[in-house]
Design a protein around this ligand. Structure first.
Ligand code: PLP
Length: 388
């Protein structure tokens, strides 16, 4: 299911289709119920109630209290608010802590921010990952000290679906008095995410069939936080008139996601059928990150030509697109550029191998018929591209 009903949309880690239930929940707030939640009149109070109810729905997805959530304009903003907000307080209160840690496979929202923080004087450690995309907790334990302010590790990788060792990472950070942030954008709604292990968690509505332009940050009660955007809204934690339709949509999407978590096995079944089907039809194809536990919906596959050399996956992507099958080369934001995926190269793939890889990401709306339609295209594509 995609923008075009004919398209087989397998790019759900880039963004997802708005669920009909979410659209229906948002509609009254797009037309008619337009009041500002800060207004004192009844319409304003109704808007305020709608925002509170939606926050309770999002909080329920991660086992949080609604008061622990700060609604934002994106996950990127939430990550910035968490990390900059924490470090601002630590800078002022604990001068010994000048060190921050993340991994080489984070989303650019985190990695670019760490690059900026390095320029501003923070000591930065970027943990490497192994062939399956996993950082080592032994490596982490070796670098985290009493001088470490914060560790940020994503819950699941957007390109490979690899589930990161967040529980262990959080324990190591906390053992040294450091804070722990996790970007749970790809994990939330796809696997159980419990806010209990983190001090800060980043979420995004548009990866779970909600609207774009709405994120949320979980901030554990009592941890350091300083607003990135000032104003009286969100209990002074994020200024700006609330995006009421967007927040209501996020709430509805989170409620659906909670229900759909029970159906993760079905998505995994379809993903495995697609993955096994591709491997059977394309000699030399390999799953990137196959040795790690992964999200149920994601498969990142490296394709080979007839001699076992890396194939130019962009050509395959374009031919799939012509067959109305939407997939992606790594992250949506990096495809279109010529840079090889930083995630795949961090996993030890050469630039050529990274450029030979495509990401297939399914959703609750993906059907067995769609998976079979993709598989039926492959033999002809293989013949054309490998013979060419
Ligand atoms: N983090 C991860 C892991 C993502 O996959 C994405 C989206 O691509 C983001 C953060 C950014 O989310 P948003 O578009 O809400 O800023």
């Amino acid at each position: 299911m995609g923008g075009d009903a004919m398209t087989i949309y397998l790019d759900n880690n880039a963004t997802t289709a708005l669920a009909a239930e979410v659209r229906d929940a948002m509609m009254p707030h797009l037309f008619g119920e337009f009041a500002n939640p800060s207004s004192p009149h009844s319409a304003g109070m109704a808007a305020r109630r709608a925002v509170s109810e939606a926050k309770a729905q999002v909080a329920a997805l991660i086992g949080a209290k609604p008061a622990d959530l700060v609604m934002t304009g994106s996950a990127t903003e939430a990550t910035h608010a968490a990390i900059l907000g924490a470090l601002r307080v630590i800078e002022e209160t604990d001068h010994r802590r000048d060190h921050i840690v993340t991994t080489a496979v984070e989303h650019p929202a985190t990695l670019a921010l760490f690059g900026d923080l390095r320029q501003r004087g923070w000591r930065v450690t970027i943990l490497p990952v192994n062939r399956d995309g996993l950082p080592s907790l032994v490596d982490l334990a070796a670098v985290v000290t009493e001088a470490t302010a914060l560790v940020s590790m994503m819950w699941a990788n957007n390109e490979t679906g690899v589930l990161m060792p967040v529980e262990g990472a959080s324990a190591i950070a906390h053992a040294h008095g450091a804070l722990f942030h996790s970007d749970a954008v790809q994990a939330a709604g796809r696997v159980p995410v419990d806010c209990g292990i983190a001090d800060y968690l980043t979420l995004s509505a548009h990866k779970m069939h909600g609207p774009k332009g709405v994120g949320a940050l979980y901030v554990r009660k009592g941890v350091p936080f300083h607003a990135l955007i000032h104003g009286h809204q969100e209990r002074r934690r994020r200024g700006g008139t609330e995006n009421v339709p967007g927040i209501v949509g996020f709430g509805a999407a989170a409620s659906l996601a909670s229900l759909w978590l029970d159906e993760a096995d079905l998505i995994a079944f379809l993903r495995d059928r697609l993955e096994q089907g591709i491997l059977a039809r394309w000699p030399g194809a390999v799953v990137n990150g196959a040795g790690a536990a992964r999200l149920p919906n994601t498969s990142n596959i490296r394709f080979a030509d007839g001699r076992g050399h890396p194939l130019d996956a962009e050509e395959l992507l374009m031919r799939l697109d012509r067959a109305d099958i939407a997939v992606s080369m790594g992250a949506a934001c990096s495809s279109g550029g010529n840079e090889p995926s930083h995630v795949l190269t961090a996993m030890g793939l050469s630039g050529e191998q990274a450029a030979a890889s495509l990401r297939f990401s399914l959703s609750r709306y993906t059907t067995a018929a769609e998976v079979d339609a993709v598989l039926s295209e492959l033999p002809a594509l293989h013949a054309r591209l490998v013979a060419a």
